[in-house]
Design a protein around this ligand. Sequence first.
Ligand code: OAA
Ligand code: MG
Length: 588
Amino acid sequence: MPQTENLTSYYDIKQDEDGGRYVEVHVTGFPLLQIPLLNKSTGFSREERRELGIEGLVPPHTNTLEEQKARTYRAYGRLTSDLERHEFLRALQDRNEVLFYALFLDHLEEMLPVLYTPTVGEAVKNFSGIYRYPRGLAVSTDDIDHVSEVLDNVPLNDVRMIVATDSSAILGLGDQGFGGMAISIGKLSLYVAGGGLGLDKTLPVELDVGTDREDLLADPLYLGQHHRRLTGREYDEFLDHFVEAVAERYPQAIIQWEDFSRATAFRVLERFRRVIPSFNDDIQGTGAMAVAGLISAARQKGERLADQVFVVAGNGAGGIGVAGMIRQGLLREGLSEQEVQQRLFVITKEGLLVEGHGYEADEFQRPFIQPREAVADWGAGEQPSLLDTVRCAGATALLGLTGAAGLFSEDVIRAMHRNTARPIVFPLSNPTSHIEAHPADLLAWTDGGAIIATGSPFSPVTYGGREYRVGQGNNAFIFPGLGFGAVMSRAREITGGMVMEAAQTLADFTAAQGGPGAIFPHIEQLREVSQQVAVRVARQAVREGVSAERRIRNLTDAELTEFIQRHQWTPEYLPYRCAPDARPARGL
Ligand SMILES: O=C([O-])CC(=O)C(=O)O
Ligand SMILES: [Mg+2]
C-alpha cells in the first residue's frame, strides 16, 4: 500500500480576515501544475508563482480567466471534426478544470453536443484510441475482492455523485465495453456545468464486467477486460461489492446508474435503491424528461395527457421507463388502471407487447402487456406491428427509444396524422445516427402539424416558409437537478415522488420560460432549469421524510432556493496560498 504521508487533502478552501475565500495548497511546485482541479496554468499571479515554487514553469505573462478562455476558444475554432473538438475539450478538462468549465458554460449550446450527445457516442466507440488521462475509476473483475482498496486510491475525499455504467446498453449503441467510461465522464461534466455540483464531488465509474463484443475481445488495443460479461450471481456479487465499498468510503454519495441493458437495469435499481440513494437515468431521468415534454405538447394542443393515446417504441430501460412515467402521469390525472392500459402501448422488436409471446417472464414489462382481447378486433394477426398499432389504437403520441434508425417511416407517421392533425412525435434515440426519424421528414409527412422533440440536438427546420425549433428532449434537463437536489437534501432514497416532481418542474419551467411553442427549454437555460429542479426535488425529499439535511427542513421556498444557489459551484480562480506544512517534492 503506498504511503500517503500525512496529506489528508491537496488543498483546503479557507477564508481570510476580510471573509474573502482563498485556496490553501499542500502541494506545490511542478506537481501542482499536474492536478487539473488546482492548475491555473498561466492564471497564476507573480506572487503565487513565487510562493508556490512554479516560477519559470509557466509562461511569463499572467492571463486572466477571460484571456485564457479567448485563447483556448481560438484554438478550438481551428479544429475540423467533432471528435477532435471532443478530445480537445476533454484534454483541457484534464489540464485545467476551472478553465474547462468557464469555457463550456460560455458556449453551452455549441459545446454540449461535442462533449455530450451525440459526439460522446463517437468518444465511447473510440475510447481505447483517445484514452489519455486517469479520469474516472475503473472497477473491473480483477478488483472484485478488493474494491474498497481500489476506491481508496481515488484522490477525492468527499464524493457525492457517482455515475456508474456497466456499458451494456450505451445510448442506442449497445454493448460498448470499457468505452462507456466516456458516458460517465460526460454526464458528470453536466452535473458540474448544469447542476452546479462541486468539481471534487463527482466520480465517473466504469464497471468493467467484460464485454460480449467479439471485435473488442479480439482487439489487443482494447483497454477493457478481455473476457465475456459476468452474468447471474457473479454479476450481482460484483455490484454488491461495489455498492458496499462506495457506502463505506463515501457515505454521502448518490449513484446514478447509466446505460444498463433492460435485463439488468431494473433489477439493479430495485436491488440498491434503498441500500444507497440511487436512480437509473435511462429509466427515471428519460422517463421524467419524456413526461415533461408530453405535458408541454398536450398543453399546446389545449389538451391533457389523458386525452392522448401513447405508443412507446422500445422495451429497453428507456422505453419501459418512459412507459412507466406515462402511466404514473395518467393515473395522476385520474385515469383508472384499465383506462391507462387502453391508452398506452409498447412496441418491441417483434411488434406490440401483447400477451402470449413470453414477455410475462419479465416483471418490469408485465404492466404494459396488452391482453389479447384488446387487439382481437384489429385484424392484425398474432402480434400487431408498429403501423398496425398506430392505426388501430388511434395513436396521437409516438415516442422512440429503440436505437433503430428510421423506424418511424412515412407510413407510420401518415397513419398517425390521420388520427390527429397534430401528432406528438418524439424520436428520442441517441446518438443522431440512431434516431427513429428526422424532424424535417416528420414535418413534411404531417403538413407541418407534428409536435416534435428529439433526444439529440437538431438545428431549426424550415417547412412551408416557417421555421420550427426542435426541442431537445434529453435527460440532461432532469438528472443534474434531480441528483443535485438529492445531494443538497441528503436524501436517503430517491423516491418516485422526487422523480415526478422533477418532471413537473421541467414542464412548468418550459411553460413559463421556454418561449412560444416550446416543448423543452433552450439548452442555454440548463443551469436555471437544473436549479429549479434541484429546489423542488429537495423540497419533495423533505415532504416525503427522506431528507437527512436538517438545515433545509423549515426553509421557505425562497430560502431553499438561496441555500441551493449558495452551494452551486461556478468557475472562478480563487487566490492561492501555500500551506505552512507544504513540502515541495524535489527531483525525479
Ligand atoms: O446520454 C444521453 O444523451 C441520454 C441518455 O441517457 C441515453 O440516450 O442513454
Ligand atoms: Mg443513458
